[in-house]
Design a binder for this molecule. Structure first.
Ligand SMILES: NC(=O)c1ccc[n+]([C@@H]2O[C@H](COP(=O)([O-])OP(=O)(O)OC[C@H]3O[C@@H](n4cnc5c(N)ncnc54)[C@H](OP(=O)(O)O)[C@@H]3O)[C@@H](O)[C@H]2O)c1
Length: 284
């Protein structure tokens, strides 16, 4: 068996950020069940007891806001599995509420996690990918990286930045044999809308209340969550992106995301903004 055939028979390896719950966790299990070696990274691995019982999964500490932990997790993954083929930038959370109510700290924390953290993980993995002349970054954006709703301006701005970053980086890395893809989930039944939402509120700031009430009513409509995907369904799309060999940049994930995006394209800018205004603010 020559070196080439050894390499092609070696299991592929994926490093995932934010694997403690939700999409990251479902993806770790999905890839491991499909024979991939998985570095399931998370902020508090000491709380994890299940994932590492899978023969294909190793759990490492990685907080995307802590460069030392990023470097250490990448080094541990290469030591454990010999290489990394795919980095899944998944860790993230949302802020919700009127922009005016956001403190500077809330703004900073949102960008530190969803954007600067993703930058730092990407930059740290690049020397390994360049050395191997191959590698794939899959960045979890959101349908909210392509369209917006009221009261999520900070979250959208991080995801729109992830979109622009990923698209430009894809051009830049392609000549080096390295690829970048984006997965855009719609609503997903995870902890995201619960513990992963940071609400922006300011005492005495009541002018936005009618808007907040309308948005809250729309989001808490039980009908709405019927269209949500499961973490496993998003994991399937991530697996397709990792294995289809295509140079496709964007993968919409979930029927709601596909429908929303199709509507956006059919209507064009102004009519789409009018539709969102009517649906979410009740104005024509
Ligand atoms: N759920 C949705 O509707 C939806 C839709 C579109 C896009 N997304 C995106 O999907 C991704 C995953 O979200 P999810 O839905 O799976 O929500 P989730 O279940 O709340 O998972 C979020 C994950 O991110 C981790 N995380 C947060 N800050 C981190 C940090 N500084 N370093 C490392 N990990 C950190 C959390 O870890 P801890 O356990 O340590 O907090 C958790 O594992 C996010 O990027 C989100 O924006 C979600």
């Amino acid at each position: 068996m020559n070196i080439h055939s050894i390499n092609t028979h070696m299991s592929k390896t994926i490093l995932i950020t934010g694997s403690s719950t939700g999409i990251g966790r479902a993806t770790a299990t999905y890839f491991a069940n499909h024979g991939w070696k998985v570095a399931a990274t998370m902020r508090t691995p000491e709380k994890e007891s299940e994932l590492q019982t899978h023969e294909n999964i190793e759990v490492f500490r990685l907080d995307v806001t802590d460069q030392h932990s990023i470097d250490a997790a990448i080094a541990s993954t290469i030591e454990a599995f010999g290489k990394i083929d795919v980095v899944l930038n998944n860790a993230g959370y949302g802020t919700a509420g009127p922009f005016e109510a956001a403190t500077k700290d809330q703004v900073k924390r949102q960008f530190d996690t969803n954007l600067f953290g993703l930058f730092d993980v990407t930059r740290a993995a690049l020397p390994h990918f360049r050395e191997r002349k191959s590698g794939l970054f899959i960045n979890i954006s959101s349908i909210g990286g392509l369209v917006t709703l009221p009261t999520f301006s900070l979250y959208h701005s991080t995801k729109w930045a992830v979109e622009g970053f990923s698209e430009s980086l894809a051009y830049e890395l392609r000549p080096l044999g390295i690829h970048v893809k984006l997965v855009e989930p719609g609503g997903v039944s995870t902890d995201f809308a619960g513990r992963s939402l940071d609400f922006l509120q300011k005492e005495g700031l009541t002018d936005y209340d009618p808007t907040i009430q309308k948005i809250t009513a729309l989001f808490s409509d039980p009908e709405r969550s019927l269209s949500y995907s499961s973490g496993e369904q998003i994991a399937e799309v991530i697996f397709e992106a990792a294995t289809d060999g295509k140079t496709q940049l964007r993968y919409l994930a979930g029927d709601d995301a596909k429908e929303f995006w199709a509507g956006r394209q059919q209507l064009g800018d102004d009519a789409f903004h009018g539709m969102i205004t009517e649906r979410f603010l009740g104005e024509g």
